[in-house]
Ligand binder design. Structure first.
Ligand SMILES: [Fe+2]
Length: 363
Protein backbone atom coordinates (compact mmCIF):
# COMPACT_ATOMS: atom_id res chain seq x y z
CA UNK A 1 0.00 0.00 0.00
CA UNK A 2 1.28 3.40 -0.86
CA UNK A 3 1.36 5.71 2.13
CA UNK A 4 1.34 9.32 1.07
CA UNK A 5 2.20 11.78 3.81
CA UNK A 6 2.29 14.62 1.32
CA UNK A 7 1.65 14.61 -2.40
CA UNK A 8 4.38 16.55 -4.21
CA UNK A 9 3.50 19.17 -6.80
CA UNK A 10 6.10 17.89 -9.26
CA UNK A 11 8.41 14.93 -9.73
CA UNK A 12 11.44 14.29 -11.88
CA UNK A 13 10.62 11.80 -14.60
CA UNK A 14 12.18 10.94 -17.92
CA UNK A 15 14.71 13.74 -17.58
CA UNK A 16 12.30 16.58 -16.82
CA UNK A 17 10.06 18.07 -14.18
CA UNK A 18 6.54 16.70 -14.47
CA UNK A 19 3.47 17.90 -12.55
CA UNK A 20 1.56 15.75 -10.12
CA UNK A 21 -2.05 16.79 -10.60
CA UNK A 22 -4.08 17.41 -7.45
CA UNK A 23 -7.37 15.55 -7.28
CA UNK A 24 -10.53 16.10 -5.29
CA UNK A 25 -11.41 13.41 -2.75
CA UNK A 26 -15.01 12.19 -2.67
CA UNK A 27 -16.28 10.24 0.32
CA UNK A 28 -17.93 6.92 -0.50
CA UNK A 29 -19.94 6.89 2.71
CA UNK A 30 -21.25 10.40 2.10
CA UNK A 31 -22.34 9.38 -1.40
CA UNK A 32 -24.12 6.38 0.08
CA UNK A 33 -25.99 8.75 2.37
CA UNK A 34 -26.77 11.02 -0.58
CA UNK A 35 -25.38 14.04 1.23
CA UNK A 36 -26.23 16.99 -1.05
CA UNK A 37 -22.81 18.64 -0.83
CA UNK A 38 -21.07 15.38 -1.77
CA UNK A 39 -23.44 14.83 -4.70
CA UNK A 40 -22.58 18.28 -6.01
CA UNK A 41 -18.90 17.60 -5.49
CA UNK A 42 -18.84 14.34 -7.44
CA UNK A 43 -20.85 15.90 -10.28
CA UNK A 44 -18.44 18.81 -10.41
CA UNK A 45 -15.47 16.41 -10.53
CA UNK A 46 -16.99 14.53 -13.45
CA UNK A 47 -17.85 17.70 -15.37
CA UNK A 48 -14.53 19.48 -14.87
CA UNK A 49 -11.58 17.14 -14.34
CA UNK A 50 -13.08 13.71 -15.16
CA UNK A 51 -11.31 12.01 -12.26
CA UNK A 52 -11.17 11.99 -8.46
CA UNK A 53 -10.13 9.95 -5.44
CA UNK A 54 -12.84 7.82 -3.85
CA UNK A 55 -12.21 7.64 -0.12
CA UNK A 56 -12.97 4.12 1.11
CA UNK A 57 -11.72 4.49 4.67
CA UNK A 58 -15.15 4.68 6.30
CA UNK A 59 -16.90 1.58 7.63
CA UNK A 60 -18.82 1.13 4.36
CA UNK A 61 -15.79 1.24 2.12
CA UNK A 62 -13.09 -0.37 4.22
CA UNK A 63 -14.13 -3.92 3.33
CA UNK A 64 -14.02 -2.99 -0.36
CA UNK A 65 -10.49 -1.78 0.01
CA UNK A 66 -9.63 -5.06 1.77
CA UNK A 67 -11.19 -7.01 -1.11
CA UNK A 68 -8.74 -5.36 -3.48
CA UNK A 69 -5.79 -6.23 -1.26
CA UNK A 70 -6.81 -9.88 -1.41
CA UNK A 71 -7.13 -9.57 -5.18
CA UNK A 72 -3.61 -8.18 -5.29
CA UNK A 73 -2.28 -11.27 -3.51
CA UNK A 74 -4.16 -13.47 -5.96
CA UNK A 75 -2.64 -11.52 -8.87
CA UNK A 76 0.88 -12.04 -7.61
CA UNK A 77 0.28 -15.79 -7.59
CA UNK A 78 -1.41 -15.79 -10.96
CA UNK A 79 1.23 -13.80 -12.83
CA UNK A 80 3.99 -16.01 -11.44
CA UNK A 81 2.37 -19.08 -13.05
CA UNK A 82 3.73 -20.50 -16.34
CA UNK A 83 2.48 -18.76 -19.48
CA UNK A 84 0.63 -21.83 -20.77
CA UNK A 85 -1.40 -21.99 -17.55
CA UNK A 86 -2.20 -18.27 -17.55
CA UNK A 87 -3.13 -18.47 -21.21
CA UNK A 88 -5.25 -21.60 -20.76
CA UNK A 89 -8.30 -20.08 -22.48
CA UNK A 90 -6.57 -17.16 -24.18
CA UNK A 91 -8.78 -14.15 -24.66
CA UNK A 92 -12.25 -15.73 -24.67
CA UNK A 93 -13.89 -12.36 -25.29
CA UNK A 94 -12.42 -8.84 -25.25
CA UNK A 95 -13.52 -8.50 -21.62
CA UNK A 96 -12.72 -12.04 -20.49
CA UNK A 97 -9.47 -13.94 -20.45
CA UNK A 98 -5.73 -13.42 -20.63
CA UNK A 99 -3.73 -10.99 -22.78
CA UNK A 100 0.03 -11.55 -22.91
CA UNK A 101 2.54 -8.71 -22.91
CA UNK A 102 2.69 -6.83 -26.21
CA UNK A 103 -0.95 -7.24 -27.26
CA UNK A 104 -1.54 -3.50 -27.57
CA UNK A 105 0.28 -0.30 -28.52
CA UNK A 106 2.89 1.00 -26.07
CA UNK A 107 3.46 4.47 -24.66
CA UNK A 108 6.56 5.38 -26.68
CA UNK A 109 6.84 5.53 -30.49
CA UNK A 110 7.18 2.11 -32.12
CA UNK A 111 6.63 0.18 -28.91
CA UNK A 112 4.08 -2.38 -27.82
CA UNK A 113 2.49 -2.35 -24.38
CA UNK A 114 4.48 -3.58 -21.42
CA UNK A 115 1.85 -5.42 -19.42
CA UNK A 116 0.03 -8.70 -19.18
CA UNK A 117 -3.58 -8.76 -18.09
CA UNK A 118 -6.24 -11.17 -16.93
CA UNK A 119 -9.86 -10.10 -17.09
CA UNK A 120 -12.88 -11.58 -15.34
CA UNK A 121 -16.17 -10.15 -16.49
CA UNK A 122 -19.14 -9.45 -14.26
CA UNK A 123 -21.36 -11.57 -16.52
CA UNK A 124 -18.92 -14.50 -16.29
CA UNK A 125 -18.43 -14.50 -12.50
CA UNK A 126 -22.19 -14.89 -12.11
CA UNK A 127 -22.10 -18.23 -14.00
CA UNK A 128 -21.79 -21.58 -12.22
CA UNK A 129 -18.57 -22.51 -14.02
CA UNK A 130 -16.81 -19.34 -15.13
CA UNK A 131 -13.95 -19.36 -17.64
CA UNK A 132 -11.08 -18.60 -15.27
CA UNK A 133 -7.56 -19.98 -15.85
CA UNK A 134 -6.66 -22.89 -13.56
CA UNK A 135 -4.06 -21.04 -11.37
CA UNK A 136 -6.94 -19.06 -9.81
CA UNK A 137 -9.85 -21.39 -10.46
CA UNK A 138 -10.56 -22.79 -7.02
CA UNK A 139 -13.23 -21.97 -4.46
CA UNK A 140 -11.26 -19.48 -2.34
CA UNK A 141 -9.95 -17.59 -5.38
CA UNK A 142 -13.34 -17.46 -7.09
CA UNK A 143 -14.78 -16.07 -3.85
CA UNK A 144 -12.06 -13.39 -3.81
CA UNK A 145 -12.92 -12.43 -7.39
CA UNK A 146 -16.64 -12.42 -6.63
CA UNK A 147 -16.10 -10.15 -3.65
CA UNK A 148 -13.81 -7.81 -5.59
CA UNK A 149 -16.27 -7.50 -8.48
CA UNK A 150 -19.21 -7.00 -6.11
CA UNK A 151 -17.30 -4.30 -4.20
CA UNK A 152 -16.37 -2.43 -7.34
CA UNK A 153 -19.88 -2.81 -8.70
CA UNK A 154 -21.42 -1.34 -5.56
CA UNK A 155 -18.92 1.53 -5.46
CA UNK A 156 -19.33 2.52 -9.10
CA UNK A 157 -23.12 2.17 -9.10
CA UNK A 158 -23.24 4.32 -5.98
CA UNK A 159 -21.37 6.99 -7.93
CA UNK A 160 -23.77 6.67 -10.86
CA UNK A 161 -26.70 6.96 -8.49
CA UNK A 162 -25.20 10.07 -6.92
CA UNK A 163 -24.66 11.63 -10.34
CA UNK A 164 -28.22 10.80 -11.40
CA UNK A 165 -29.61 12.44 -8.29
CA UNK A 166 -27.39 15.48 -8.67
CA UNK A 167 -28.64 15.91 -12.23
CA UNK A 168 -32.28 15.37 -11.23
CA UNK A 169 -32.63 12.23 -13.37
CA UNK A 170 -35.55 9.97 -12.59
CA UNK A 171 -36.79 6.48 -13.52
CA UNK A 172 -35.23 4.79 -16.53
CA UNK A 173 -33.19 7.91 -17.30
CA UNK A 174 -31.04 7.37 -14.21
CA UNK A 175 -27.55 6.20 -15.18
CA UNK A 176 -27.59 3.13 -12.94
CA UNK A 177 -30.68 1.87 -14.75
CA UNK A 178 -28.57 1.20 -17.86
CA UNK A 179 -25.99 -0.76 -15.84
CA UNK A 180 -28.11 -3.65 -14.56
CA UNK A 181 -26.38 -6.89 -13.61
CA UNK A 182 -28.76 -9.17 -15.49
CA UNK A 183 -28.33 -7.43 -18.84
CA UNK A 184 -25.31 -8.33 -21.02
CA UNK A 185 -22.47 -5.87 -20.82
CA UNK A 186 -18.69 -5.82 -21.17
CA UNK A 187 -18.23 -4.79 -17.52
CA UNK A 188 -15.05 -6.43 -16.29
CA UNK A 189 -12.40 -6.62 -13.60
CA UNK A 190 -8.98 -6.24 -15.23
CA UNK A 191 -5.88 -7.25 -13.33
CA UNK A 192 -2.71 -5.88 -14.87
CA UNK A 193 0.98 -6.56 -14.33
CA UNK A 194 3.45 -4.08 -15.84
CA UNK A 195 6.89 -5.58 -16.17
CA UNK A 196 10.21 -3.85 -15.50
CA UNK A 197 11.74 -2.32 -18.62
CA UNK A 198 15.01 -0.96 -19.89
CA UNK A 199 15.64 1.68 -22.56
CA UNK A 200 16.04 -0.92 -25.27
CA UNK A 201 12.73 -2.58 -24.58
CA UNK A 202 10.02 -2.34 -27.18
CA UNK A 203 7.18 -3.29 -24.85
CA UNK A 204 6.49 -0.42 -22.48
CA UNK A 205 3.51 1.12 -20.71
CA UNK A 206 0.11 1.81 -22.23
CA UNK A 207 -0.56 4.48 -24.85
CA UNK A 208 -2.72 7.55 -24.16
CA UNK A 209 -6.43 6.96 -24.43
CA UNK A 210 -9.77 7.45 -22.78
CA UNK A 211 -11.66 4.49 -21.39
CA UNK A 212 -14.58 2.84 -23.15
CA UNK A 213 -16.32 2.43 -19.82
CA UNK A 214 -18.82 4.59 -17.99
CA UNK A 215 -16.65 4.68 -14.87
CA UNK A 216 -13.27 3.13 -14.11
CA UNK A 217 -12.32 2.30 -10.53
CA UNK A 218 -8.57 1.88 -10.20
CA UNK A 219 -6.46 0.43 -7.43
CA UNK A 220 -2.69 0.61 -7.71
CA UNK A 221 0.02 1.00 -5.12
CA UNK A 222 2.71 2.03 -7.59
CA UNK A 223 3.10 5.26 -9.53
CA UNK A 224 2.78 5.15 -13.30
CA UNK A 225 -0.62 6.53 -14.26
CA UNK A 226 -0.55 9.91 -15.94
CA UNK A 227 -3.52 12.07 -16.83
CA UNK A 228 -3.99 15.08 -19.03
CA UNK A 229 -6.85 17.09 -17.53
CA UNK A 230 -8.96 19.33 -19.79
CA UNK A 231 -6.99 22.45 -20.79
CA UNK A 232 -3.77 21.05 -19.28
CA UNK A 233 -0.70 21.55 -21.43
CA UNK A 234 0.99 18.31 -20.49
CA UNK A 235 0.57 14.93 -18.92
CA UNK A 236 1.18 14.67 -15.19
CA UNK A 237 1.13 11.90 -12.63
CA UNK A 238 -1.65 11.01 -10.26
CA UNK A 239 -0.38 9.87 -6.89
CA UNK A 240 -1.63 6.68 -5.25
CA UNK A 241 -3.35 7.70 -2.02
CA UNK A 242 -3.77 5.51 0.99
CA UNK A 243 -7.31 4.21 1.54
CA UNK A 244 -8.53 5.61 -1.76
CA UNK A 245 -9.30 4.32 -5.22
CA UNK A 246 -8.92 6.51 -8.29
CA UNK A 247 -12.08 6.99 -10.34
CA UNK A 248 -12.18 8.28 -13.86
CA UNK A 249 -15.01 9.00 -16.24
CA UNK A 250 -15.01 7.04 -19.50
CA UNK A 251 -16.55 7.63 -22.91
CA UNK A 252 -19.88 5.92 -22.23
CA UNK A 253 -20.77 8.22 -19.34
CA UNK A 254 -19.52 11.23 -21.26
CA UNK A 255 -21.83 10.31 -24.14
CA UNK A 256 -24.74 9.45 -21.81
CA UNK A 257 -24.38 12.85 -20.12
CA UNK A 258 -24.73 14.65 -23.43
CA UNK A 259 -20.94 15.13 -23.55
CA UNK A 260 -21.02 17.33 -20.43
CA UNK A 261 -18.80 15.00 -18.42
CA UNK A 262 -15.10 14.74 -19.20
CA UNK A 263 -13.62 11.46 -20.36
CA UNK A 264 -10.22 11.31 -18.71
CA UNK A 265 -7.22 11.26 -21.07
CA UNK A 266 -4.58 9.04 -19.48
CA UNK A 267 -1.71 6.69 -20.13
CA UNK A 268 0.62 4.45 -18.15
CA UNK A 269 4.38 4.98 -18.15
CA UNK A 270 7.20 3.19 -16.35
CA UNK A 271 7.72 5.56 -13.42
CA UNK A 272 10.43 3.37 -12.00
CA UNK A 273 11.55 1.03 -14.82
CA UNK A 274 13.04 -1.41 -12.33
CA UNK A 275 9.82 -2.21 -10.51
CA UNK A 276 6.83 -4.39 -11.20
CA UNK A 277 3.56 -2.49 -11.21
CA UNK A 278 0.25 -4.13 -10.42
CA UNK A 279 -3.08 -2.46 -10.95
CA UNK A 280 -6.69 -3.50 -10.62
CA UNK A 281 -9.17 -1.68 -12.81
CA UNK A 282 -12.91 -2.24 -12.73
CA UNK A 283 -14.51 -1.05 -15.92
CA UNK A 284 -18.21 -0.46 -15.29
CA UNK A 285 -19.74 -0.39 -18.73
CA UNK A 286 -23.27 0.28 -19.90
CA UNK A 287 -25.54 -2.54 -20.99
CA UNK A 288 -24.68 -3.56 -24.55
CA UNK A 289 -28.01 -2.29 -25.89
CA UNK A 290 -27.76 1.17 -24.30
CA UNK A 291 -27.98 3.88 -26.93
CA UNK A 292 -26.04 7.14 -26.96
CA UNK A 293 -24.61 9.65 -29.40
CA UNK A 294 -20.85 9.45 -29.84
CA UNK A 295 -18.48 12.28 -30.76
CA UNK A 296 -19.04 11.66 -34.47
CA UNK A 297 -22.76 12.27 -33.98
CA UNK A 298 -23.58 8.60 -34.52
CA UNK A 299 -26.48 7.15 -32.49
CA UNK A 300 -24.96 3.80 -31.56
CA UNK A 301 -25.08 1.11 -28.90
CA UNK A 302 -22.61 0.82 -26.05
CA UNK A 303 -21.73 -2.60 -27.45
CA UNK A 304 -20.74 -1.13 -30.81
CA UNK A 305 -18.63 1.57 -29.17
CA UNK A 306 -16.86 -1.10 -27.11
CA UNK A 307 -16.15 -3.34 -30.09
CA UNK A 308 -14.85 -0.54 -32.31
CA UNK A 309 -12.65 0.98 -29.63
CA UNK A 310 -11.29 -2.35 -28.46
CA UNK A 311 -10.24 -3.02 -32.05
CA UNK A 312 -8.53 0.37 -32.17
CA UNK A 313 -6.64 -0.38 -28.95
CA UNK A 314 -5.22 -3.60 -30.33
CA UNK A 315 -4.50 -2.34 -33.85
CA UNK A 316 -1.06 -1.34 -35.01
CA UNK A 317 -0.51 2.47 -35.15
CA UNK A 318 -0.99 2.56 -38.92
CA UNK A 319 -4.43 1.01 -38.53
CA UNK A 320 -5.22 3.17 -35.48
CA UNK A 321 -4.61 6.21 -37.67
CA UNK A 322 -7.45 5.01 -39.92
CA UNK A 323 -9.92 4.73 -37.03
CA UNK A 324 -12.47 7.48 -36.44
CA UNK A 325 -10.54 10.59 -35.32
CA UNK A 326 -12.50 10.74 -32.08
CA UNK A 327 -12.05 7.06 -31.25
CA UNK A 328 -8.95 6.88 -29.03
CA UNK A 329 -9.79 9.98 -26.99
CA UNK A 330 -13.59 9.70 -27.07
CA UNK A 331 -13.88 13.13 -28.65
CA UNK A 332 -11.82 14.85 -25.97
CA UNK A 333 -9.38 17.41 -27.34
CA UNK A 334 -5.88 18.31 -26.18
CA UNK A 335 -4.50 21.78 -25.70
CA UNK A 336 -1.43 22.49 -27.83
CA UNK A 337 -1.50 19.03 -29.38
CA UNK A 338 0.52 16.23 -27.92
CA UNK A 339 4.24 16.23 -27.50
CA UNK A 340 5.58 12.74 -28.24
CA UNK A 341 7.64 11.44 -25.36
CA UNK A 342 11.15 10.30 -26.07
CA UNK A 343 12.34 7.41 -24.02
CA UNK A 344 15.16 8.36 -21.69
CA UNK A 345 17.10 6.12 -19.40
CA UNK A 346 16.59 7.60 -15.96
CA UNK A 347 18.03 5.73 -13.00
CA UNK A 348 15.31 4.94 -10.53
CA UNK A 349 17.19 6.71 -7.73
CA UNK A 350 17.02 9.97 -9.68
CA UNK A 351 13.27 9.66 -9.79
CA UNK A 352 12.90 9.44 -6.05
CA UNK A 353 13.21 13.18 -5.59
CA UNK A 354 11.07 16.21 -5.00
CA UNK A 355 9.15 14.77 -2.13
CA UNK A 356 8.89 11.23 -3.42
CA UNK A 357 11.00 10.03 -0.51
CA UNK A 358 7.90 10.68 1.58
CA UNK A 359 6.06 7.97 -0.25
CA UNK A 360 6.51 4.54 1.18
CA UNK A 361 5.50 1.64 -0.98
CA UNK A 362 4.57 -1.47 0.90
CA UNK A 363 4.44 -3.92 -1.98
FE1 LIG B 1 -7.46 3.26 -19.31
Amino acid sequence: MAITTEIPETVQWNGKTVPVYPMETVSFERLLSQEPAELEKVLNCCETAGFFYLDLQGIDGRRMYDDQKKTLELMHRFFEAPLEEKNQYGLVQPHLGYEPIGSRTGVFPDTKDGYEMVKVSRDEIQKSSPHIPSPIKNSPDIKILENAIASCNIATKTILSALSTALGLTGAARFENSHRNDRPSTTTLSMMHYIPSDPNDTKIGHQKHTDISSLTLLFSEEWGMQVRPPKAREFGFVAPKDGCAIVNVGDSLRFASGHKMQSCIHRVVPFDPTEHRYSIAYFLRAEDETMFTDSEGRYITAGQWHDEKFMAFTDIPAMQAKALPTMLLGGMTEEDGDEPVAQVNVPSAAMASNGLKEIVVDA
